[in-house]
Design a protein around this ligand. Structure first.
Ligand code: HAM
Length: 423
């Protein structure tokens, strides 16, 4: 036998038994986003490399070590590691945000060359939202309310908590950065080489270090919230009072800075303790400077993205009885003279008249016993049975595959009405 070829490490297949849960989760996401009046956009999975370097920041982990980059003749291209940069690029390029507000969403694969583990993959899927043209904190609150509604729809709202912070204006952050570096310089003995490197290139990222000794020291470090400019402080206070008013609980986490450089003012993450180390299911924030930085007109912007693999894992963990519909509702079995054509006609009629039901025709021959085994395995509720006598009498036998109801023989003309009463 020829040698088999395996999938790339950290890139997963979605099996026929897993896909119904994925589809259910994706349907909940779409439902909630449509409910709030957001519009779907679709961008390419490949963009020119400088887009990500400029938007996400050269010194971030994503850009400095995790991008899948290749040359296409003399142009350097990258598999998108996230969706915000491409969405902003498209919004500027097509004038979607020229004198116009936009509430947009997207869903699809992203690529980061990270060390794979549970909840962290090299190809993963995000559902993301980007809102352009709205500066005030109502929209920050709307995004958080929207995600909370989704957690309730997915049955995971008791297992996620909201972490919130404001990282202020560029200027406030620069002041804070100097204060933090001043403080941390006295604690370099506790730092790994990578952390020392961060101290020079991206000191705010040290705030989310996993190093327990450094974490302890950071409890006494200057707090970003104390360095906020007045406008950011007011914005944050208004957001907090809106969340209080609608009853959404949050924890202010002064160490939350996020891993991408484009943020300012509000940043947030929804985290769970049910998934081990990879507990952030959703993260986002404001990025009021990015549109201008990428060549558009200054446009206030905010967004977030959630990791669909992590949501799938969390739903499986805490809500294993989600009402995932079987892929097949009705299974048609048939045998004998004239039965094949009659079965094809019947299956097509059911599909035309009851398009909300999924109907599978057996197709692979064999006796009734073998066919019923397949029908059971399909998870269908009803089997429609056609043998020679049914063909002659223009009838169909209905067998209930779930539960113990007796089988029935019906005239062909009454079959559709009967099926309708069963679902
Ligand atoms: P991010 O925090 O890098 O933000 O990613 C958002 C979410 O994607 C994470 O919270 C996590 O659930 C999921 N995720 C990230 N990396 C992986 C991975 N390697 N494997 C599995 N899941 C992963 C962004 O991407 C921003 N673009 C979000 C945003 C939109 N901010 C403003 N607008």
């Amino acid at each position: 036998m020829a040698k088999t070829i395996q999938a790339i490490r950290g890139m997963n297949d979605c099996s026929p038994t897993e896909s119904p849960l994925w589809q259910w989760i994706e349907a909940q996401v779409r439902q909630v986003l449509n409910n709030y009046g957001y519009s779907e956009v679709r961008m390419p999975v490949v963009e020119s490399t400088p887009l990500f370097a400029r938007a996400i920041g050269e010194v971030t982990d994503v850009v400095s070590k995790e991008m899948y980059t290749f040359w296409d003749n003399d142009e350097q291209l990258t598999l998108r590691p996230e969706g915000t940069a491409g969405c902003v690029r498209a919004a500027i390029e097509h004038g979607w945000i020229y004198n116009n507000e936009q509430r947009l969403w997207y869903m699809g694969p992203m690529f980061r060359h990270e060390r794979p583990q549970k909840g962290r993959y090299r190809q993963f899927h995000q559902a993301g939202v980007e809102v352009f043209g709205i500066a005030n904190p109502e929209i920050d609150a709307e995004l958080i309310m929207l995600t909370y509604r989704l957690w309730k729809a997915l049955g995971i709202d008791q297992h996620v908590t909201l972490q919130l912070n404001s990282i202020g204006s560029l200027e406030a952050r620069a002041n804070y950065r100097s204060a933090l570096v001043g403080f941390l310089e006295n604690h370099q003995d506790l730092m790994s080489d990578e952390e020392k490197d961060r101290l020079v290139k991206n000191p705010l990222r040290i705030l989310d270090t996993k190093n327990p000794e450094l974490q302890k020291v950071l409890d006494n470090a200057p707090k970003l919230l104390d360095y906020l400019d007045d406008e950011s402080r007011e914005h944050f206070e208004q957001l907090c009072s809106l969340l209080d008013a609608v009853g959404i609980q949050y924890e202010i986490n002064p160490k939350l800075v996020r891993g991408l450089d484009y943020y300012n003012k509000t940043v947030f993450e929804w985290v769970t303790s049910a998934l081990g180390a990879q507990g952030t299911v959703c993260g986002g924030g404001r990025y009021d400077g990015l549109v201008e930085q990428l060549g558009g007109h200054a446009t206030p912007s905010i967004g977030f993205a959630m990791g669909l693999e992590r949501l799938v894992l969390l739903v499986q963990e805490v809500n294993p009885n989600v009402p995932v519909k079987s892929a097949v509702d009705i299974y048609v079995v048939y045998q004998g003279k004239g039965a094949t054509l009659a079965a094809f006609e019947l299956a097509e009629k059911v599909r035309s008249e009851l398009p909300h039901l999924n109907t599978m025709l057996h197709c692979s021959g064999g006796n009734f016993k073998k066919q019923f085994k397949r029908a059971d395995k399909s998870g269908a509720t009803l089997a429609l049975v056609i043998g020679e006598s049914e063909v002659q009498n223009k009838q169909v036998v209905i067998k209930h595959l779930q539960g113990g109801a007796d089988q029935q023989t019906l005239d062909l003309v009454n079959v559709i009405d009967y099926i309708q009463t069963q679902f």
